[in-house]
Design a protein around this ligand. Structure first.
Ligand code: ZN
Ligand code: ZN
Length: 359
């Protein structure tokens, strides 16, 4: 497995003797295995020198075998075995082990007890360097995810109508996220009227009224594990002129940012492009979050497009560009596209109209 070799090399370069990766996006990225995050230990053991192996509970062996084929040695353990001791016996006493960033604390502590002479670090320091640079195949997966969520946004007029509650609309959207090709629904934000001023509004029983703007931010995971995430802002009938003014500024900011994407620009510079447009129009204090986040097998991952990040963008990086303006007590708006940095600029993976959609 070429990817395991790259991870092994990166681990060695970073001074790790072994990476220990439990179920989650990191494991799926490295092996393709979407293992269940059980209390029983499933763990990829990737030594910097030596062969990788996968430790799985005996009852998970058929599932692991099916997912991995013969590509990786499987080490099974029965209900009365101690898998941590088993791993320790094979590893000896590594000086530094990298544990995946989302490993459950109880497993981290069991590893600490089984490997008392081993210092623990974060495997994410190594894996994010690989995961944030997408291969063409990964970009194709994200493009398919983007097209799927675009199909849901294009159907919004079927569900978003005055007199319905946010809950009603969100339920229909969730059904459509699945119907349009996702394997799971990850989130559905329907934020109407003053609720639109809360960027991560929890869907409520509020009845949506005519003339109100509604922020719809939705995403899911495709069968191959790649995620979608797109926000559009709708208006149920003619919007208030104050809202039109706000939206015009927001659209200008978002368009400027998507057109600025190119290799070499830093994350903080890209954030600043949108923030500058919004601040110059007097809305600076109402843009209360970063511009965006990386996306791949997780909805939120590196690179983060945020003030203070000197990370230069590179071809293959994929991330959201989602500026928003939120006026407490009145309304809010956000426009979000997933963008991929290419050698000659940026490619948007969400292609529905970014204009305010009047339904
Ligand atoms: Zn979103
Ligand atoms: Zn997002």
């Amino acid at each position: 497995m070429e990817l395991l070799d790259r991870a092994r090399q990166a681990a060695a370069d970073a001074g790790f003797d072994v990476l220990l990766v439990s179920p989650g996006p990191d494991l799926r990225y490295l092996t393709g295995y979407q293992a269940l995050p059980l209390e029983r230990l499933t763990c990829l053991v990737l030594p910097a020198r030596g062969e990788a192996f996968m430790v799985v509970p005996l009852l998970e062996e058929p599932a692991a075998q099916a997912a991995l084929g013969g590509g990786l040695e499987l080490v099974t353990w029965g209900e009365t075995d101690d898998p941590y001791a088993k791993i320790a016996a094979r590893l000896g006493s590594p000086a530094l082990a990298g544990l995946d960033n989302h490993m459950h604390a109880e497993k981290v502590l069991r590893f600490r007890a089984a490997l008392p002479g081993t210092e623990q670090g974060l495997a994410g320091d190594v894996l994010r360097e690989l995961r944030m640079r997408k291969t063409p195949a990964e970009v194709a997966s994200l493009r398919a995810a983007g097209a799927a969520i675009d199909r849901v946004h294009r159907r919004m007029a079927e569900w978003l109508r005055p007199g319905r509650t946010e809950h009603d609309v969100a339920r229909d959207i969730a059904d459509a996220i699945l119907a349009e090709g996702h394997a799971t629904v990850d989130f559905v934000i329907v934020a109407s009227g003053p609720n639109g001023a809360s960027p991560h509004h929890e869907v409520s029983g509020r009845v949506i009224e005519a003339g109100e703007p509604v922020v719809v931010d939705i995403g899911g995971t495709m069968p191959d594990g790649y995620c979608s995430d797109s926000t559009r802002t709708y208006s149920l009938g003619e919007p208030h002129s104050d809202f039109v003014d706000l939206y015009t500024v927001l659209l200008r900011a978002q368009v400027a940012q998507t057109e600025t994407v190119r290799p070499g620009i830093t994350a903080q510079e890209l954030d600043g492009v949108g923030r500058g447009v919004i601040a110059a129009a007097g809305y600076g204090e109402y843009f209360v979050h970063r511009t965006g986040h990386g996306i791949g097998l997780s909805t939120h991952e590196e690179p983060y497009i945020v003030a203070g990040s000197p990370l230069p963008l590179e071809a293959g990086m994929a991330f959201s560009i989602e500026p928003g303006i939120y006026i407490p007590g009145r309304f809010g708006a956000r426009i979000e596209d997933i963008c991929v940095c290419t050698p000659d600029g940026g490619e948007r993976l969400n292609l529905t109209s970014r204009e305010l959609v009047v339904l």
